[in-house]
Each structure stands twice: as structure tokens, then as C-alpha cells.
Design a protein around this ligand. Sequence first.
Ligand code: AMP
Ligand code: MG
Length: 276
Amino acid sequence: MEEKGILQAMPVMLAPFTDPLNHEVSEAAIQYGSQTLRLTKSMILHKFIMLMGKGVDAVFIVSPNVRLESEDCKDSGRHLIEFSQVDIEMKGKDKRAFMDLTEELYVKMIAGLKHTCPDELAYFRRKLTTPTRPFKVYESKELLRKYGEGWEGILSKASSEPFWVLDHTREFYDREDEKRRGYYHNYDLIYPEGFGEALSGGEREYVYDEVIRKMDERKMDREPYGAYLELVRQGKIPRTSGGGFGVERLLRWVTGSSHIEEVTLFPRVPGKHIVI
Ligand code: AMP
Ligand code: MG
């Protein structure tokens, strides 16, 4: 990150708004005086606001994320209700630029890990292959046609290297193609060997009418997002692309662990009683 001039920012943990996510989690909010403050689910909207800064071209944050996931995720092996996300965003860049950065980062991480931690990898009986670039790229709708709803698990199990999947219908802030409605300029990076999703990201929506249209389509309450929406309305939020990956999921993959709780110091697993 440092080599690329990507600036590190510290996280915020409480704000009137956070990531709405594209799946239901229980509300994690506190009442402080007259305000409802939500615990951070990701730094997404705050990343956009940081990039308004002159001379701030790219940022990253390692932030705690609190997502009160449903108890059904208890045995998924890859869900926690509190985890750490490396959240990155770049100004004026398209999806390929972000995918390139991610590929470079993953190749560097794996090659570096093999070089510096051979004893630890041997302890885990883990043989890691440094991924080859460019990573393979698939279209989600094609995978759905070919493999059905379970495409992610099937292709992840069948693969030996991380790969990209493009075009996912999700939150209002991911860019939808202006001409080809329903096509999203976003991506997921998927780990091989059945470890599943590594990272999600995309090119972002920054045009006010589009943001409002998509919030309304998702029947969102705009009220908590007031200050952010005012910045979008004034045209102050720049065009960006970015994404984020979970630290514990990365550790699970590199160590070849079956459950994310094995690589987390104080694991908070959905539906499990927290004692420490
Ligand atoms: P998202 O933008 O919601 O896909 O979250 C970004 C990344 O955070 C995901 O690709 C995962 O690597 C990680 N992540 C998301 N939810 C969880 C969770 N409940 N437990 C652990 N890691 C997660
Ligand atoms: Mg995701």
C-alpha cells in the first residue's frame, strides 16, 4: 500500500450511517443522546468521503466490522459477527485497475508468506502456490446458468487458484451500467479449494439521481444517510473503485483451516455464546 501511495486512515466505529449490506443482519446500533449511532459494518461510504480530499488519491483502512449475522451461518466456517476488513478505495480508477492492484497484492502476500514463514506453513501442512496473473475472470450469470445457485462453492472447490466473478446485483453504491440495466460493474474475488469468497468490490455510483433511484428501488430509509447524500447532491463525491477483504478469511485460506474461529484470537461466531 505504501509503495502505491495508498494512504492509511483510522476507522470510525460509530456513525449515523454504515454499509446497508445486501443481506439481512440484526441491527447493531446504540442510542446516544438524541442520536442513533450504528456500529460499522464496513467503511464503504466513509471511504468515498475521505477521497474528497485534495491530493488523496487512494485510501485503505483496516477496520473492525460488526455484522450480527444469522445463527444459520454458525457452521459455514467463514462467518464471524466481528471481524477485520482491509477496505481499499481509489479515486478515478475503473474496475480493472482495482483488480490489478488486488492481484499484485495477493501475489506479493503469498510469495512473501512462503519466503518468510516456511516453518509456520509446514506446521499447518500447507502447500501454497503463488497465484499466476492475470487471475481467471468469470461472469456470474454464466456461472448461474452452468452450475445453479451453488456456483460459488462448486467453482471454488474445482479451482486451484483465486479467480474473479463479475456482475453481482447488490448495494445501491455499486455502479450499474447506464445502457445495460441490471449489469453491475462489480466483482468478487473467490479463493480456491472450497474456501469461497475473499473480497467484494466494484466501481461506484456517484451520480445523485442514480444513487437516489437505487436507494428507492431497495426501499431504503434515506434519513440516516442525509449528510452523505448532501455531498453526493453537491457533486463532491468522486468517481472511485475499490473493495475489501476479510483478514480472518485470508488467514483461514493460507493456513488451510476448516473454521475461521481457529485463526481468530477472540472468535465471535454467529449463534455461539461469547465468553471472553
Ligand atoms: P462484503 O463487502 O460484504 O462482501 O465484505 C467484504 C469482505 O469481508 C468479504 O469478502 C469477506 O472477506 C469479509 N467478510 C464479510 N462478512 C464476513 C463475516 N461475517 N465474517 C468474516 N468475514 C466476513
Ligand atoms: Mg461480498
